[in-house]
Design a protein around this ligand. Structure first.
Ligand code: PNS
Length: 176
């Protein structure tokens, strides 16, 4: 008999999480969320509550922007979390973490997190290559370019773009 054994079928993975800061969500994020929605029965987009970092958008604003953007996918819901991602996964019966990889430069850090998360709780991370159109895109780059008047409309949903321009106007009017 062959030494090779057929892989033991595991429980079907139905619930995945796409975690992140989403400050703000870009079309690159939505590319990953939409593709994950095609692969999993349920996908939760989870926004990290990070008290150590003040974002451009509040957590509530990010949730609202994501809920609006996730409208087309009936199996996608949006939530926030604090603390460890693995604890959120355990308490919400989430079997997989889905992360987008834009370039090799993402890989080192993402691999560290994936291995740490696996060691902490056994939850697996699946890496999904970002579509080439979004491989250079990041929330921080979008904010920086928009702050100095660059056109970022092609990288954001219309609602997120409008929210970003509005926030930049507010910040210019009252920088403190
Ligand atoms: O969009 P980001 O900032 O790259 O997302 C990073 C995120 C939220 C996925 C990561 O920082 C995270 O999972 N934070 C939660 C705290 C945690 O579990 N830390 C240990 C990771 S091994």
């Amino acid at each position: 008999m062959s030494e090779r054994r057929a892989a033991k079928p595991g429980p079907r993975m139905t619930h995945a999480v796409c975690p992140g800061s989403f400050d703000p969500p870009t079309l690159g994020h939505l590319d990953i969320v939409g593709r994950a929605a095609g692969l999993f029965g349920r996908v939760t987009v989870a926004v990290l509550i990070n008290p150590a970092k003040q974002g451009m958008f509040t957590i509530e604003e990010r949730l609202e922007l994501l809920r609006d953007a996730a409208g087309p996918w009936p199996n996608v819901d949006v939530d926030s979390f604090g603390g460890l991602l693995v604890d959120y996964c355990a308490s919400h019966d989430i079997q997989a973490i889905v992360k987008g990889l834009r370039a090799v430069s993402d890989f080192d850090y993402e691999l560290q997190m994936a291995q740490m998360n696996k060691g902490l709780s056994g939850v697996d991370t699946l890496f999904m290559p970002t579509s080439p159109a979004f491989s250079f895109l990041s929330s921080s780059l979008v904010k920086q370019v928009a702050t100095y008047g660059g056109d970022v409309s092609g990288h954001l949903s219309p609602a997120v773009h409008a929210a970003l321009l509005e926030r930049l106007d507010e910040l210019r009017a009252d920088p403190f």
